[in-house]
Design a protein around this ligand. Structure first.
Ligand code: NAD
Length: 415
């Protein structure tokens, strides 16, 4: 297997390319290439067998020119400083392209939560929160879940932080449980957003008649994308998971498919549908393709065989740079991950606003605000894509980087 590219080098290279397109001053570029702050903490945790283990945790705060830092925390054995740096920078661009009043940050702990008990994960989480508590807060840096962290982990962070603040501070993290002032609509937010921007693309491209949809993966993001596609009158024809895919050109009911997956452990074997591979799913003749599972599935090798008109990136990084080039030349509209899957962070923002005001909205209200923010961000990116004749990803990065640079310039962050 090829060696994994260093994600931080990739993020810097991406930034350099956009800076060149935007003719950004080299001194500004030097500031943006590096995070504003990098925190490394070593966390002694008593394990269930009585031994003490020392874990390494990170919080990297890339940029806060537009507002407090914002970004998830992941628990994974492969977490290291360069990965967290890259993810923090990508958060800066994601919040900027969505025009949320935030900067970008990311955190992580190198650990394997699959081999840890709930008690061990709780003690680790509380140690980590204790160690970084001076650097986070509702007006400083607001973490959220990422890989292998969930609403329970957020609840522990909120509780530990609140103990030191002497009052409950729900706004210190987002994606909390509803019982602890989480937001309605957070569960479906990302898949909903993925389909909102796809629907907008259908409208912009004046596609009339039957709209068909294939989703790769059938977890949180892809299921909700399929659910809303069906609700809005599109025909969901294919879905998949690690065990394979199913295809029925006549249409698949996404809720029935979820029931089947819950009952059998996979989408495979769904009545009336033909079995296909994950690779075949990506090449189906559909209007909208949602790669909503893992990274790097559309590559230089298969991009030419993609028949979809629109790709809405539910997963992070599903399309490689070689594939991007081929798809752009073929006229496939790729809605990039920093825009397409930003429904989660946007709903986190709405949760934070509710927390600061101690005033709560219904699911309908949250999804309606989310929809208008997704549509507006999509329109900004689509207009620049048309104007500059670049691909949608480049257009999204251009908007994001210019917004951050503009904020830095007005604040006078450098002389
Ligand atoms: P999930 O764990 O709920 O679902 C993942 C799905 O992908 C599962 O159905 C799994 O079977 C399938 N899958 C895994 N490996 C596969 C493979 N090799 N081929 C085909 N299918 C495979 O995860 P999720 O929350 O839906 O996240 C999916 C992607 O979206 C990830 O890249 C994640 O980083 C990204 N994302 C998620 C959110 C969110 O709010 N959940 C927000 C932004 C981005």
């Amino acid at each position: 297997m090829a060696e994994k590219a260093n994600p931080y080098d990739m993020a810097v290279r991406q930034l350099e390319n956009v800076a060149r397109d935007l003719d950004i001053d080299k001194d500004i570029l030097e500031i943006l290439k590096r995070p504003k702050r990098e925190i490394i903490v070593h966390l002694p945790v008593k394990m269930d067998n009585g031994e003490i283990r020392v874990f390494t945790g990170y919080r990297v705060q890339h940029n806060d020119a537009r507002g407090p830092f914002k970004g998830g925390i992941r628990y994974h054995p492969d977490v290291d400083l360069d990965e967290v740096r890259a993810l923090a920078m990508w958060m800066t661009w994601k919040t900027a392209v969505m025009n949320l009043p935030y900067g970008g940050a990311k955190g992580g702990i190198a650990c394997n939560p699959k081999e840890m008990s709930k008690g061990e994960i709780e003690r680790l989480t509380r140690r980590y929160t204790y160690a970084i508590r001076d650097f986070i807060g509702p007006y400083k840096d607001i973490p959220a879940p990422d890989v292998y962290t969930d609403e329970q982990v957020m609840a522990w962070i909120m509780d530990t932080y609140s103990v030191f603040s002497d009052r409950m501070e729900p706004g210190v993290v987002t994606a909390k449980p509803l019982a602890l002032q989480g937001s309605q609509g957070r569960t479906e937010a990302t898949g909903f957003g993925v389909m909102v921007v796809a629907k907008e693309a259908v409208r912009k491209l004046s596609i009339s008649g039957d709209v068909t949809v294939a989703v790769q993966g059938y977890g949180n993001v892809s299921y909700w994308a399929a659910h809303f596609a069906h609700e809005w009158g599109f025909r969901v024809v294919a879905a998949s998971d690690t065990k394979g895919g199913v295809y029925n050109p006549e249409g698949i009911n996404p809720d029935k498919l979820l029931e089947h997956k819950r009952a059998t452990g996979s989408v495979v074997g769904f009545p009336g549908a033909k079995e296909i591979s994950n690779e075949e799913l990506l090449e189906l003749p559909v209007t909208i393709l949602v790669p909503g599972a893992i990274e790097e599935v559309i590559t230089g090798k298969n991009a030419d065989s993609v028949q979809a008109r629109i790709i809405s990136e539910g997963a992070n990084g599903p399309t490689t740079p070689e594939a991007d080039k081929i798809l752009h030349e073929k006229g496939v509209l790729v809605i990039p991950d920093i825009l397409a899957n930003a429904g989660g962070v946007t709903t986190s923002y709405l949760e934070w606003v509710q927390n600061l005001n101690r005033f709560y909205w219904s699911k309908k209200e949250v999804l309606s605000m989310l929809e208008s923010r997704m549509v507006s961000a999509f329109n900004d990116v689509f207009s620049l894509f048309k104007e500059k004749d670049v691909d949608m990803r480049t257009a999204a990065y251009m908007i994001a980087v210019s917004r951050v640079v503009e904020a830095m310039r007005i604040r006078g962050i450098w002389p």
